[in-house]
Design a protein around this ligand. Structure first.
Ligand SMILES: Cc1cc2nc3c(=O)[nH]c(=O)nc-3n(C[C@H](O)[C@H](O)[C@H](O)COP(=O)(O)OP(=O)(O)OC[C@H]3O[C@@H](n4cnc5c(N)ncnc54)[C@H](O)[C@@H]3O)c2cc1C
Length: 509
């Protein structure tokens, strides 16, 4: 790299400090930033980046063992996997990913579970999940009963219809309007579209929903939870290999990547703290929100088909609130609660993290997805908590009555009378910039919505720059917007880089 380029980077990354430095150094005496060299750089230590770095670092996985540096902007691993260990809340609480959605053996992430053996719990959402619907005589019913009453065949019919849809790139809302669904039917199909995908109903592409294979996930009867927390499982993956023959994944924290220069001969990556890294290849796992923000500069600029692929994608928002009560007021065998009627003020989904332990079963984690997350963004914690309790009062009138008129009176407080709760809004996270990607209804440019993820994942036309992360999870056995999809994409990118680096070696000698 020439001197002028180095000077530019020093100025760009030292900002004002760089200007001050310029006054006291003659131009050629500018301090030269230290350059670190390795075989591969991985950007982002979420599920996809950790797996890519693990696979590349250790010969057991890649049959090579490449010198790999993992650059992570924040001070922790996990990205959108974030377990909060707060002793006040009875145990580990998930503020990001909660469950593995697919059954054992169906996705490659289960191979890691076989290897590291985290304690897993089967969450029987169909059998032990409950749904409240304002207007039912017996308001709280098990999911399995609703499936029977609404006829499983009806549900399978609409799922098949969605997957078979091949018209223009319309939204889920337009599709539901065309089907003339009303009342419960409409609310159920709405939940089907927006329960896993964080976009608004009028943003989500029906064709994209189908090409993302979300119905395979929706049709699973059970979820699988990590008893000791999802983040703990990632620690197991990192520490497991670290203990192995004393080698480590080389993770650099606080390394926010601002600039990526790529070509066949190699890549150069610069971080906000002024460091420069050079390698044969780089894997980028940043979210669609980060890619769209423009905070990472590409040199050369990304080809237009990549930008057109990103144009087809949105980055939705999700938020979570965990609340502790003095005692449980939901059914003792419930693992998940849903409230889907239009009279609710807040969210549709409540997870019950300690359902199998009666002593700890007084905590609820509320998931606010898409429009619900947007709604609470500007609300204070107290406003959100009070509105949630008004929803609970409607769902559990007897219990609310017994508690003096409202479940609000059942909230656990600390010695200073503060409620015991946690709250996390993913659009406020500076490095995620939202919760998950989704395919958008509306105008397509050169790339069709159903091809967008393939194009984003493709390293063709970005030599040396490889792509991973949930938004790039495409294939027969995977889904985007998920940890198992992120895992799949990390392994795939590691294989691509292995082939690329080995080919380069062969052509050199
Ligand atoms: C509230 C919520 C609930 C969810 N529930 C589930 C669930 O139950 N089951 C499930 O399977 N999935 C769930 N998901 C989705 C799942 O968490 C994500 O799809 C998955 O974790 C994404 O992994 P990733 O590696 O693609 O990205 P990330 O986890 O976002 O990792 C990317 C990493 O890159 C870092 N980074 C970004 N930009 C830069 C930069 N410029 N320089 C350096 N580092 C950078 C970030 O800090 C981050 O650590 C949920 C998500 C949310 C938000």
């Amino acid at each position: 790299m020439g001197n002028s380029r180095r000077e530019f980077l020093v100025k760009a990354f030292l900002g004002t400090a760089g200007l001050v430095a310029k006054k006291s150094f003659a131009n050629n005496d500018l301090p030269k930033p230290k350059i670190e060299k390795c075989d591969c750089i991985v950007i982002g230590a979420g599920m996809s980046g950790l797996i890519a770095a693990r696979d590349l670092t250790f010969p057991e996985y890649s049959k090579n063992g490449f010198k790999t540096i993992l650059l992570e902007a924040s001070s922790r691993i996990g990205g959108r996997i974030l377990t909060m260990e707060d002793s006040r809340l009875n145990g580990p609480i998930e503020m990001g990913a909660e469950y593995l959605h697919r059954k054992p053996g169906s996705v490659a992430l289960w191979k890691e579970i076989e290897l590291y053996r985290p304690e897993m719990e089967k969450v029987r959402r169909m059998i032990k999940g409950y749904m409240y619907y304002d207007g039912w005589e017996n308001n709280l019913r098990r999911h399995i009963m609703i499936a029977k009453e609404w006829k499983l065949s009806d549900i399978l019919t609409f799922a098949k219809k969605i997957d078979a849809y091949s018209g223009p790139n319309i939204s889920a809302k337009e599709w539901i309007d065309q089907q003339n669904y009303t009342n419960l039917g409409r609310n159920l199909v709405d939940l089907y579209f927006t329960g896993h995908i964080p976009g608004h109903l009028d943003e989500i592409s029906v064709k994209g929903f189908s090409s993302d294979r979300i119905s395979e996930q929706e049709m699973e009867w059970n979820e699988y939870g990590y008893v000791n927390g999802y983040s703990n499982f990632l620690d197991q993956i990192v520490q497991g290999v670290n203990q192995h023959k004393g080698r480590e994944i080389d993770i650099r924290y606080g390394a926010f990547v601002k600039y990526i220069k790529y070509n066949m001969d190699g890549v150069e990556v610069s971080t906000a703290d002024g460091k420069i890294y050079q390698a044969g290849a780089v894997i980028l796992t940043a979210s669609v929100g980060m890619l769209k923000s423009g905070e990472i500069t590409f040199d050369p600029p990304l080809p237009s088909f990549k930008l057109d692929a990103l144009h087809c994608m949105g980055m939705g928002d999700e938020a979570k609130v965990a609340l502790k009560f003095k005692k449980r007021f939901w059914p003792d065998n419930a693992v998940i609660l849903n409230r889907i009627d239009n009279h609710r003020e807040m969210a549709r989904t409540y997870f019950i993290p300690f359902a199998s332990d009666e002593k700890k079963n007084n905590v609820l984690t509320v998931l606010f997805a898409g429009a619900e997350a947007d709604k609470i963004k500007e609300m204070s914690d107290l406003e959100v908590i009070k509105a949630l309790c008004r929803d609970f009062d409607k769902m559990f009138p007897k219990e609310a009555q017994e508690a003096g008129g409202s479940t609000y009176n059942l909230l656990e407080t600390t010695g200073t009378d503060e409620h015991v709760y946690l709250r996390w809004q993913w659009s406020n996270d500076p490095f995620s910039k939202g919760s998950d990607s989704f395919l958008k209804a509306g105008m397509e440019k050169s790339v069709k919505v159903t091809q967008a993820r393939h194009e984003l994942a493709s390293p063709l036309m970005t030599p040396g720059l490889f792509w991973a992360g949930e938004a790039t999870a495409v294939g027969t056995y995977t889904q985007p917007c998920s940890t198992h999809g992120a895992h799949f994409s990390g392994s795939r990118a590691a294989i691509e880089v292995t082939q690329f680096l080995n080919n380069k070696k062969r052509t050199r000698f």
